[in-house]
Every structure is written in C-alpha cells, then in structure tokens.
Design a protein around this ligand. Structure first.
Ligand code: BTN
Length: 237
C-alpha cells in the first residue's frame, strides 16, 4: 500500500527518474527542470523550466507477479487521463490513452510516461504539458498542453491524489477492475494500426487493433504485442 506520498521537489535535476533510483515505495521526485529528461525508447524529454509537471513516483511491487506489473503503466496512463480531463474540463476534446503509455488530448500528446523497474520498485516517470506553448518543431503538430488558468503545482498535487487511489486499487485488486475504463479511453482500438515491436521480433505487426488486453499487451488482429511503438494507418470511422 502507498499510505501517503513523500514529495521531494528541486528546481533542477538531471532526470527525476534517475533521482528515484534511490527512492522507496511512496517517494515522489519532482523537478522544475531536467537537464537530461528521458523519454521512452531512448528519446529525450525536453521541457522548459517551470512550465510542466516533471515527476517520478516510486511504487513497491515486490509482492506482485511480473505479468501483473506489466499493466502498471496502463493504470498510470488512465490516472493521468482522468485527472487531466477533470482539470481541463472547460476545453472541448477527448482524452485518450495510447498504448503503451501516452496520454492524448484531441489526438495530441499532453503527457508521457516512462516506467522503469528497479529491484522491487517500479519508477513511474510522468511528464505533463501544463503551460508549455512552444514545442520543438519535430513534435509541434503532435503535442499539446493543458493551458488555461491551471497551475503546475495544482496539476501535480491533483495527479498524486488520483495516482495514489488508482495504484492502491491496482495493488489490492489487480488490473481487471480498470479494463472497462481503459477500453473507453483506448485511442488505438478499432483502427488499423502498425506496431513496431521493441522486444525481440523487429518486424512490424499490422492489422485492426482489438484494444488493450487484460495482461497489458496490445491486440493487433489477434496477435498480442507486449512492447513497441504504435501508429494508426487507417483511423476507425
Ligand atoms: C515518453 O513519452 O517518451 C515518456 C516521457 C517521460 C518523461 C518524464 S518527465 C519526468 C520523468 N523523468 C524523466 O527523465 N522522464 C520522465
């Protein structure tokens, strides 16, 4: 159980995911700026100072079977989507989870999640675009931010509340209870997708996406994909 978060905030660090390596269950490492923020698949995660949520939370998973641990990133994505939708409720648009763990608002990325296993812990690194308006050219058209009057600290604190609730539910009851809500937010389900696999078999898997499975994998025309990068080739109508 996560009884309560212990938040350690600094103005600047290299990467909160690196800071979290020394953390324990329930610790939160938050920063205003990262000099070498890390994204999935060895990408960089750049964020200007003070405008976005940059934090990593430590979740103890020593008692959870490895196949269940694989579903934690999806639960984290759902928590971010539910929380951001609530905070940005004045804005029109749909909040979706894109497997494995991007959060999209009106089809543009508003948050990214990088989960890393360290011994008995999973470090859940979360970046949420809150006030960043000028994105680098290569991701500009695919990115968005919450905007409005919402403050970065407000988003971080609200998100920590939702994460605590969802992670405790996941630790007690498992992923199955989240599946219906995940299905409602599933960005890829029903579209024709191409997924480049990142765990061994490098050939892309293509077909109509059946959605996220109960083990956290993605169903692509009946094939289970456990790790990869997906894009939509033909949007569901
Ligand atoms: C992705 O979409 O590629 C995942 C991005 C994760 C970024 C966050 S920001 C806080 C934490 N610290 C890092 O270095 N990365 C994660």
């Amino acid at each position: 159980m996560i009884i309560d978060w212990r938040v350690f905030h600094v103005d600047e660090t290299v990467s909160t995911n690196l800071d979290a390596v020394k953390g324990e269950n329930g610790d939160v490492f938050s920063a205003g700026f990262q000099t070498a923020g890390r994204g999935r698949l060895d990408h960089k995660w750049f964020s200007p100072p003070g405008v976005n949520v940059l934090m990593s939370v430590v979740v103890g998973v020593g008692a959870i079977p490895p196949e269940e641990v694989a579903t934690l990133p999806i639960v984290a994505g759902l928590a971010v989507a539910d929380c951001v939708e609530y905070l940005a409720s004045a804005l029109p648009g749909e909040m979706k989870v894109k497997w494995p763990n991007d959060v999209l608002f009106s089809s543009r990325k508003v948050a990214g999640i990088l989960c890393e296993r360290r011994g008995d812990n999973v470090i859940v690194g979360i970046g949420v675009n809150v006030k960043e308006q000028e994105f680098p050219p290569d991701i500009r058209s695919a990115s968005c931010y919450i905007g409005g009057r919402v403050e970065v600290d407000t988003v971080r604190d609200a998100l920590l509340e939702v994460l605590k609730r969802y992670f405790n539910e996941w630790l007690e009851s498992g992923f199955a209870v989240f599946l219906p809500r995940v299905a409602q937010r599933d960005f890829l389900k029903g579209s024709f997708v191409s997924v480049s696999q990142t765990d061994g078999d490098s050939s892309p898997v293509e077909g109509v996406c059946g959605g996220i499975n109960d083990d956290g994998s993605l169903d692509v025309a009946g094939v289970k994909v456990y790790a990869g990068q997906a894009h939509i080739k033909i949007q569901r109508s």
